[in-house]
Design a protein around this ligand. Structure first.
Ligand code: NAD
Length: 333
């Protein structure tokens, strides 16, 4: 069986996913949801999408009556995911939602509940969960090859341009660099260490309060404590370019990825040498694997469901709280 997918939000990442899906074997782009008629026409021509599978933001609830679409992939600005996912769930279609799944844990939980009540699945676009180098380090850690893991470092950053873009508008982004890319280190610390954190501390620095307005973080440093004694030290920023590094150390050795979460190729090494994993197009593998999850009941090695995303959102909520209070915040995931 092939997972027939409609993409909502035909922007830069939506386009990347559409291109990557051309080489999928188990997933196929069959529909679009967009507010721009010209984009719809262009995508129809490019991807052979029939008129009956094209929707806009007013009428997409009607997707409920379309038997030729199995799932909707929501790739709009962050703050719009909540409403879109709930509407898709009410239309009884599976939902794949981009990260961050929502702008806080409360909204995230509402999305999980809506999908559960509607009897549809909710998956999140955590493409690194299917990436070969990432999975090799997870395999090695589970096999005990690093001994007891005691430290993780996750660094994520790029220098953001256009000050008018939605990523710098709190109403659409829900926050700043932490929401957008810090989430890779948050999520990464959990699958690299293999535990959920129990506390967080965090510090914010802002060098440009004109560009990064109230509620839009430029740089946040945060620390996570794990039940087994490991700590994570992470940084996310919109003011440093080419910052993309994961580092893991245990009693027996280390692993490092740099670049760690970019579109690839990912590169990594451990104390045993270079990681020589196959280079994959992340979104192609992700969509084929998600088809396996939704249609064949596969279990991914690292979970990609809505509850997994709610954990990351609880951590994000706690990090923002800690930057304001200066206090350590306890987590209950
Ligand atoms: P983008 O600006 O390129 O595209 C956003 C799309 O949403 C545009 O086509 C825009 O027209 C549409 N849209 C619908 N309603 C809108 C509104 N009210 N205001 C603004 N735009 C609206 O952004 P993007 O980079 O494609 O990011 C979209 C989502 O994908 C974000 O949640 C982002 O975090 C996520 N993303 C994920 C990855 C990844 O690697 N997993 C990479 C990039 C982006």
């Amino acid at each position: 069986p092939v997972l027939r997918v409609a993409i909502m939000g035909l922007g830069s990442y939506g386009t990347r996913v559409a291109e990557a899906m051309k080489t999928c074997t188990k997933a196929k782009l069959v529909g679009v949801i967009s507010g721009h008629p010209a984009k719809i026409t262009a995508w129809q021509a490019k991807y052979g999408i029939p008129e009956k599978n094209c929707y806009n933001y007013e009428n997409y609830d009607r997707i409920k009556d379309n038997p030729d679409i199995d799932a909707v992939y929501v790739i709009t600005p962050n703050a719009l995911h909540h409403n879109a996912v709930i509407r898709v769930a009410m239309a009884k279609k599976h939902v794949i939602c981009e990260k961050p799944m929502a702008v806080n844990a409360k909204e995230g939980q509402e999305m999980v509940d809506a999908c559960q009540n509607a009897g549809v699945r909710l998956l999140v676009g955590y493409r690194m969960h299917f990436e070969t180098h990432t999975l090799e380090i997870i395999r090695m850690r589970k096999a005990g090859e690093f001994g007891k893991v005691l430290f993780f470092q996750g660094l994520s950053g790029f220098t953001i341009g256009d000050p008018t873009q939605w990523r710098l508008n709190k109403a659409l982004s829900g926050g700043g660099s932490l929401m957008d890319i810090g989430i890779y280190s948050i999520n990464g610390s959990r699958y690299m260490i293999g535990e959920d954190p129990i506390w967080v501390t965090a510090q914010e620095t802002k060098t440009n309060p004109v560009k990064f307005k109230e509620g839009v973080d430029e740089t946040i440093q945060f620390q996570l404590g794990f039940p087994g004694g490991a700590v994570a030290s992470c940084l996310s920023t919109y003011s440093m370019n080419n910052l993309d590094r994961f580092f893991l150390n245990g009693t027996q050795g280390f692993a490092e990825l740099q670049p760690a979460t970019g579109y690839g190729p990912i590169q990594g090494r451990t104390n045993k040498g270079e990681l020589n994993q196959p280079i994959v197009t992340h979104q192609t593998v992700q969509m084929d694997e998600m088809a396996g999850i939704l249609l064949e009941g596969h279990q991914p090695i690292v979970a990609v469901d809505g509850l997994e995303a709610v954990k990351d959102l609880k951590i994000i909520d706690a990090i923002y709280q800690a930057t304001k209070s200066g206090e350590r915040v306890e987590l209950h995931l």
